[in-house]
Design a protein around this ligand. Structure first.
Ligand code: G3P
Ligand code: MG
Length: 343
């Protein structure tokens, strides 16, 4: 019975711990599996000495696709289930904005995929920059607009439409066009193209960004600019043109709103796998980027684990944002060490 007590305690401890995984640089590199990631998830999905599921969710600054196809794609790469209900990408919490705005401009991403994302979130009238270029190509003088793009765009007379908010969901694929249209809208009267507000602030429509990363790793030897640098460019242009600071809202790691949203997701996931809607006491965030995963996790009181398979290239620990639980060669080592400590 002592053995039973011991395993009873362990089961209790297993239900009181949980993991939050960053995706890029921890479990995968783009579409390529990091093999230790698969093994780590197998263990948490029940292949452990207790045969018990250990709760975990995914929290990524990735973007540009609806949640379900992205989860399907990740499940396939990882060979382990990634359920939509345990998955948060940068723009996921922005679905809550759908009840506040009717017509919105959605910026970024490949083709028209972010239009699909916004429609799935419940935004009723979703405009993308190409709809505006198709209405008036002179708005973006350097844009080369193909017939194919014209056919798939959805133009209307935008001088008769008020765009109520701007949502940057993903990386801009055409800075010149997107920045021009965003600046035009920010300077307009209540989001009506073809107008110029007399007071730049009181008639300005709000702008939201799904994440703030300056850089993003890619195939290129040096990380490429991401939404954060795009935003800084816009802020500087707006300030130079109007003399005013641009107020804006940013989602994603390391913003607080995203971690609060993660708590909700962890709790409902706990309910799903253990029948109890509560937050595990000991949460571990495993990330590769000190400036987003680790700084945000530390501020939120999670145990943070920094891995060496992604952005972080430093020595013993990151100097500015050291991981509280330590630095690990990969995600499997981080998971094993955390489990050893808790169980
Ligand atoms: O910067 C965008 C994206 O590639 C980061 O993804 O999973 O590391 O938060 P992740
Ligand atoms: Mg990462």
């Amino acid at each position: 019975s002592q053995v039973q007590d011991l395993s009873g305690d362990k089961v209790k401890a297993a239900k009181d711990m949980g993991f939050v995984f960053d995706i890029d640089g921890v479990l995968v590199h783009g579409d390529r599996l990091i093999p230790e990631g698969r093994r780590a998830l197998e263990i948490l999905n029940g292949d452990n000495e207790l045969g018990i599921k250990i709760p975990h969710i995914f929290l990524t600054n990735g973007s540009g696709k609806p949640e379900q196809p992205r989860c399907d794609q990740l499940s396939k790469i990882l060979g382990q289930p990634v359920d939509r209900e345990q998955f948060i990408q940068s723009h996921t919490p922005m679905s809550a904005l759908a009840e506040y705005y009717n017509t919105v401009l959605v910026v970024g991403g490949e083709g028209f995929k972010c239009r699909d994302v916004a429609q799935e979130y419940g935004f009723k009238d979703v405009v993308v920059p190409d709809d505006i270029v198709a209405w008036d190509p002179t708005i973006a003088p350097y844009r080369v607009f193909t017939d194919e793009q014209r056919k798939t765009a959805n133009p209307r007379d935008f001088s008769k439409t008020n765009i109520e908010a701007i949502m940057v969901f993903s990386d801009s694929r055409d800075y010149a066009t997107d920045m021009q249209i965003i600046v035009d809208l920010l300077r307009s009267e209540d989001g009506r193209l073809g107008t110029m507000a007399k007071d730049p602030v009181s008639q300005r429509i709000p702008i939201y960004f799904s994440q703030g990363d300056l850089l993003c790793p890619s195939e290129h030897p040096f990380p490429r600019m991401s939404q954060g640098t795009f935003r800084i460019g816009l802020e500087a242009m707006y300030k130079a043109l109007t003399g005013e600071d641009l107020e804006r809202v940013i989602y994603g790691k390391p913003e607080l709103a995203t971690y609060k949203y993660a708590d909700e997701v962890i709790m409902s996931w706990m309910e799903k796998i253990h029948g109890e809607e509560k937050l595990p006491k000991n949460l571990y965030m495993v990330g590769d980027n000190p400036a987003s995963d680790i700084v945000g996790g530390n501020a939120y009181g999670w145990n943070t684990c920094l891995v060496r398979t992604g952005v972080f290239q430093g020595g013993e620990n990151d100097e500015q944002n050291p991981a509280s639980f330590g630095v690990f060669v990969n995600v499997l080592e981080a998971v094993k060490t955390a489990m050893k400590k808790e169980l």
